[in-house]
Design a protein around this ligand. Structure first.
Ligand code: HEM
Length: 360
C-alpha cells in the first residue's frame, strides 16, 4: 500500500513537471505528443505504400535521403543571396525552383526523385521543405540498423533558389569539402557522421555504364560496412574506368567516391572514420545528431514543432561488421595515427558482393 502511494506521488510530480506528456489520438488512430503533427500520418501511410514500395529500403529511400542533403546544403552566409524570409537551406527550394536547381551539375540525377515526390506534395497539405525532410526520415526508418531520425515541422515555402556551387562534388579536394561544411557550421567529425548515409546508397551517374552500383556491399542495411569497405585498398574500377570523382574500389560490384576514400585517409578525419567501423551505436547516434542539424539548416527552429514521434522505429541491424569474403586485415589501409583499425574477420563464402534484390 505504501509502495503504491509512493508510486502515485512520483507520477503526480512527473505530470506536474511536464515529464509525462499527454498523447493525442489523431483521426487516423495513430498517436503523437502534439496535435499539429496529426497531418503527417496520412502522408506517412501514403509514402510508405506508394513511394517506398510498402516500406522498403530501396532506391526511392536512397534518393530521398540524398535529396534531404542537396536541399539543405544550399545555404551560404557568404555566397549568392540568402532570402531571410525563407532562410534558404532546408527550405524545399530544390523542388520549388526545380528547373533552376536540377540544372546544377552537382544535382545530376536528382530530378528523378523530385518527379516522384511532387505528386505527394500536391495531394497533401505540406510544404516542399517539410516533405523532403519528412520523406527522408521516414525512408531511412525502413533500413534495418538506422537510427530513428528527428523530424521538425514548419519550414515555410522557399522564396528563392539556392545559389549554384554549394553542393560538394566527389572530385572536390577534402579541404574544400570541409570548408563548405564549416560554412554551415559542421565540424569534420559531423561531416564523417553524415557520410554514414552512403551505407544505403548507390551511384547512377558517376559511371553511367554501371548505374545502381552501391558504395558498400549491403546497400539495403544501415550498417557500418561502408566505413570498413572504403578503408580497403582500391584495386579495380568496376565499370568503364576512371570517371571524375571516382577512385579504385576493393571489389567488383562496388563503386568508390574520391571524397569517401579521402575522408577515410585524411589526418583530419581518418580516426573518426575508423571509429565507426565496428561501432553501430556510435555511428547511429552521431548520424542522428548530424542529420538533426542538417535538416534545419537556415530555419528558425523556435517556430517549428517537434514531430519526431511520427517517424517509425527502425528494425535492428542485420549482420555483424566484417571484411568481405576473400579480404584480410592486410587489405586495410591504416590511416588513423593514434589507434589501430579494429580487427575484423572475413565473411565466409565466395560471393564478393551479396546483391540484395530490389535494394539497389
Ligand atoms: C562530401 C559530401 C558528399 C559527396 C561529394 C557526395 C556525393 C555523392 C555522389 C556522387 C553520389 C552518386 C549520385 C549518382 O551518381 O547517382 C551520391 C549518392 C548518395 N548520397 Fe552523397 N555525397 C556527399 C554527402 C552526402 C550526404 C551528407 C548525404 C546525406 C545525408 C548523402 C546521401 C547520399 C545518398 C543516400 C546517395 C545514394 C542515392 C541513390 O542511391 O540513388 N551524401 N553522393
Amino acid at each position: 500500500m505504501q509502495t503504491l502511494s509512493v508510486a502515485l506521488l512520483v507520477l503526480a510530480a512527473r505530470v506536474a513537471s511536464g515529464a509525462v506528456t499527454k498523447r493525442v489520438t489523431c483521426a487516423t488512430g495513430q498517436t503523437t505528443a502534439n496535435a499539429a503533427c496529426c497531418v503527417l500520418f496520412p502522408i506517412l501511410d501514403d509514402i510508405q505504400e506508394n513511394l517506398f514500395d510498402g516500406g522498403e529500403c530501396g532506391e526511392e529511400v536512397h534518393e530521398s535521403l540524398r535529396l534531404t542533403f542537396h536541399d539543405a546544403i544550399g545555404f551560404s552566409p557568404t555566397k549568392g543571396f540568402v532570402v531571410i524570409s525563407s532562410g534558404g537551406g532546408a527550405d524545399g527550394s530544390i523542388i520549388t525552383f526545380d528547373e533552376i536547381e536540377t540544372a546544377f551539375p552537382a544535382n545530376n540525377g536528382i530530378d528523378d526523385i523530385i518527379d516522384a515526390q511532387t505528386p505527394f506534395i500536391a495531394r497533401h497539405n505540406i510544404t516542399p521543405g517539410d516533405f523532403i525532410q519528412f520523406a527522408g526520415a521516414v525512408g531511412v526508418s525502413n533500413c534495418p540498423g538506422a537510427p530513428r531520425l528527428q523530424f521538425m515541422l514548419g519550414r515555410p515555402v522557399a522564396t528563392a533558389p539556392s545559389p549554384i556551387g554549394l553542393v560538394p562534388e566527389p572530385f572536390d579536394p577534402i579541404t574544400e569539402v570541409l570548408a563548405r561544411f564549416a560554412e554551415v557550421n559542421f565540424s569534420p567529425a559531423e561531416v564523417v557522421a553524415l557520410l554514414a548515409s552512403h551505407t544505403i546508397a548507390a551511384a547512377d551517374h558517376v559511371d553511367p555504364t554501371i548505374p545502381g552500383t552501391p558504395f558498400d556491399s549491403t546497400p539495403g542495411v544501415f550498417d557500418t560496412q561502408l566505413f570498413i569497405e572504403v578503408q580497403l585498398r582500391g584495386v579495380l574500377f568496376p565499370g568503364d574506368g576512371s570517371n571524375p570523382g571516382q577512385v579504385e574500389s576493393p571489389l567488383e560490384g562496388l563503386i568508390r567516391l574520391n571524397t569517401d576514400a579521402s575522408l577515410a585517409r585524411d589526418s583530419r578525419t581518418a580516426c573518426i572514420w575508423q571509429s565507426f567501423a565496428n561501432n553501430q551505436a556510435k555511428m547511429q547516434a552521431e548520424f542522428r545528431a548530424a542529420m538533426a542539424k542538417m535538416a534545419v539548416i537556415g530555419q528558425n527552429t523556435a517556430k517549428m514543432i517537434d514531430c519526431s514521434d511520427t517517424i517509425p522505429v527502425p528494425k535492428p541491424v542485420v549482420g555483424k561488421p566484417h571484411l568481405p569474403a576473400g579480404k584480410t586485415m592486410n587489405d586495410i589501409e591504416q590511416a588513423c595515427a593514434s589507434a589501430a583499425f579494429p580487427t575484423l574477420t572475413a565473411d565466409p563464402g565466395k560471393s564478393l558482393l551479396r546483391k540484395l534484390d530490389g535494394n539497389l
